[in-house]
Design a protein around this ligand. Structure first.
Ligand SMILES: Nc1c(NC[C@H](O)[C@H](O)[C@H](O)CO)[nH]c(=O)[nH]c1=O
Ligand SMILES: CC(=O)[C@@H](O)COP(=O)(O)O
Length: 182
């Protein structure tokens, strides 16, 4: 289980190679190291390979995911970062805009688990980054895997209505001579 949830969904199983990018903003080094370890443990348990991509801050995570999705071949992404409130409203900008951008990318069909920790204190961050405590990074990895599985479940070739093409035959509408062979 991750976070405060009491719902421990079983990890999905994949029947073909699956690759995930962990996109992390290591703003706080020790926190970031714990987050990467927690997310990697979940991905390895599911038999999924991963690559770690580092960006300066959480505001850059959505842009990095957009770039990687467009230019590479990852099946999904785990967004990891840590935003601790300071003395100004910049916290709200970083938290709100990074999460909004990740949500918009997700609505475009990119499989993203959001593990950006947004807290008031360092102690809260440590508790959430710790795989043995709230394990929010592990939860984000699980979320990404479930979205990949969902994509593959609904992305299967559809049976049902309409003619079914054959790879060896070219069907031409209105052709009374019968199908030409490819
Ligand atoms: N204060 C935190 C930041 N701030 C940096 C921004 O995310 C961004 O890199 C900068 O505004 C340049 O675009 N980032 C975090 O991840 N965590 C923080 O606590
Ligand atoms: C979350 C932040 O952006 C924070 O680190 C910035 O601190 P401050 O608001 O004191 O400038």
């Amino acid at each position: 289980m991750a976070g405060h949830s009491d719902n421990d969904m079983a990890l999905p199983r994949f029947d073909k190679p699956t690759k995930v990018a962990i996109v992390i903003a290591p703003y706080y080094t020790a926190i970031a190291q714990a987050q990467i370890a927690a997310a990697a443990a979940v991905l390895e348990l599911a038999g999924v390979s991963h690559e770690v991509i580092e960006v300066p801050g959480s505001l850059e995570i959505p842009t990095a995911i957009g770039i990687a999705h467009r230019l590479s071949n990852f099946d999904g992404f785990v967004a990891l970062g840590c935003v601790i409130r300071g003395a100004t409203s910049h916290y709200d900008v970083v938290v709100n805009e990074s999460s909004r951008a990740l949500t918009l990318l997700g609505l475009q069909g990119i499989c993203i688990g959001n593990g950006i920790i947004t807290v008031e204190t360092r102690e809260q961050a440590e508790e959430r980054a710790d795989a043995a405590r709230l394990n929010t990074a592990g939860g984000a990895a699980q979320a990404a895997l479930h979205l990949i599985a969902l994509t593959r479940r609904f992305g299967q070739p559809k049976g049902g209505i309409g003619f079914k093409t054959r790879p060896d035959v070219i069907e031409v509408a209105g052709d009374n001579e019968g199908p030409a062979s490819a």
